[in-house]
Design a protein around this ligand. Structure first.
Ligand SMILES: C[S@@+](CC[C@H](N)C(=O)[O-])C[C@H]1O[C@@H](n2cnc3c(N)ncnc32)[C@H](O)[C@@H]1O
Length: 458
């Protein structure tokens, strides 16, 4: 629903939001992730401290993320509408403003008026206020034809580079369309209920008293129909729930860790899957991550959930250097949630296709292969290793496992529910599709894109 005006009444002025979002957009185009770009803008803006204001920060994130989701079309439009060279700051302001017009977030009059004000607020753009006005008005005049022209190219429509589109089409044929469409959506907010402290029905009852609609999308997974910040999720601070996609919630049960087992979570930060393991079994988990800042998040998550203690060791180490964390007693279970292209979670991190290069996929696959090779000797006979990536590219999934099984003797592949011999590829699915199935009374399915393979040592 277009908003008439958001000035006054305590809402942040849209012109301020556009200024900060266009600064974040410039950082993104320089190769930073969305979170990094927003963080840099907060640091640079510290004298005015507008960017640190929680309401402005939320609005800046929304506007920047909307621009990321429409990046390819927005850049096409700027190419069509801007007939002369312009300062990069002007292009960025045009990008965030055009994305807001495309998203119909505000009435056209409000948006153009605020974009012109935003231009006047910064020295780099103040001379271009008339240009900003002219470009946005020309877009509004020619909108239908320009939008049709822009979306004629499927790579542009789905906001991915041509190599990404071709890779998906060659792997999934017509099914690629559904993956790409799901990735344009706003991500669903899914919670994992901490079974040590409560049950899904108790959490649902508490949500209902606060007017929050939610429904089960897995044994411990609840989909909160309207996304809110974690600080507003009832029970989050008390450790009753965590934010975790329903697809990621399959890892801990599928690893099959039982009471008393020794488990290695090899790439553990921020600790979502390690915490889930400790919620469902009295096992001992070594949670290892190479990044000390991210490893600190494992500690804080375990503390919030009441799981920190003798059963959980958080270690900062490179998993390839096992001497630094392994006491030579083999592990009964190993979880390898390897770093990957993240091509299965684009709707949560829409900047991923903009930042990745085609050559990254092969480099990541080589890194994952080395990790598998380094961890296999740490597994006990009859022990199991669960390999996970949040990717939809076969090089990191099915082909990775097929190659590992070919070169490593003594591996038995365990079939996962719905999977093939070399593992299970879950494709991200649409929120609308899931809610339809829910309305039809069927078991709802709602998850991001993941690949899973379960391997046993013979
Ligand atoms: C996909 S994330 C893990 C998410 C985590 N399992 C969870 O569920 O919350 C991958 C992690 O691998 C870590 N990582 C990358 N290379 C590593 C290495 N050589 N040794 C240990 N951890 C590594 C990264 O720092 C990152 O935190």
């Amino acid at each position: 629903m277009p908003t008439e005006a958001r000035e006054g009444g305590g809402a942040p002025a849209l012109a301020d939001v556009l200024v900060l979002a266009s600064a974040a957009w410039s950082q993104l185009r320089d190769g930073h992730s969305l979170d990094e770009a927003l963080q840099l803008v907060r640091q640079q803006d510290s004298p005015s401290s507008k960017a640190a204001d929680a309401r402005i920060a939320g609005a800046v994130r929304d506007v920047t993320a909307t621009t990321v989701r429409r990046c390819a079309i927005v850049e096409f439009l700027i190419g069509e509408l801007l007939h002369r060279s312009a300062d990069p700051a002007v292009r960025s302001l045009l990008a965030v403003s055009l994305a807001q017009l495309l998203a119909n977030s505000y009435t056209p009059f409000t948006l153009v008026d605020q974009a012109v004000r935003a231009a006047r607020l910064r020295p780099q753009t103040s001379d271009a206020a008339a240009l900003v006005n002219a470009v946005l008005r020309e877009f509004l005049r020619r909108r239908a034809a320009l939008e049709e022209q822009a979306s004629a190219d499927p790579a542009r429509r789905f906001n991915v580079p041509a190599w990404w589109l071709q890779r998906l089409q060659s792997q999934y044929g017509a099914g690629a369309q559904e993956v790409l469409a799901a990735q344009l959506e706003e991500p669903p907010l899914v919670l994992r209920v901490n079974s040590r402290r409560t049950t899904p029905s108790q959490v649902l009852a508490r949500f209902a008293t606060q007017g929050l609609e939610a429904s089960p999308v897995g044994p411990s997974a609840l989909w909160l129909h309207r996304a809110v910040g974690v600080e507003r999720i009832p029970g989050f601070a008390e450790g009753l729930v965590s934010v975790q996609d329903a697809g990621a919630q399959l890892a801990a049960p599928w690893l099959g860790a039982c009471d008393g087992m020794r488990v290695l979570d090899a790439c553990a930060a921020p600790g979502g899957k390690a915490a889930h393991l400790l919620e469902i079994a009295d096992c001992r988990v070594d949670a290892v991550d190479v990044d000390p800042q991210r490893a600190a998040l494992i500690d804080s998550n375990l503390r919030r959930l009441g799981l920190a203690g003798a059963n959980a060791r958080v270690l900062v180490a490179d998993i390839a250097q096992s001497a630094s964390y392994w006491d030579q007693t083999p592990y009964d279970r190993i979880l390898l949630d390897a770093p990957c292209s993240s091509s299965g979670v684009v709707r949560r991190h829409p900047e991923i296709p903009l930042l990745r290069r085609a050559s990254d996929v092969a480099k990541l696959a080589t890194r994952q292969a080395k990790m598998l090779q380094a961890l296999w000797p740490l597994l006990a006979p009859a022990g199991r290793l669960l390999y996970v990536v949040c990717s939809v590219f076969a090089e990191e999934g099915r082909r990775q496992i097929a190659a590992f099984v070919r070169r490593q003797p003594g591996v038995r592949r365990i079939r996962l529910p719905g999977g093939g011999p070399d593992g299970l590829q879950l494709l991200p699915n649409c929120v609308a599709g899931a809610s339809m199935r829910r309305l039809e009374g069927a078991e709802p399915v709602l998850h991001d894109g993941f690949f899973y393979a379960l391997l046993e040592k013979i």
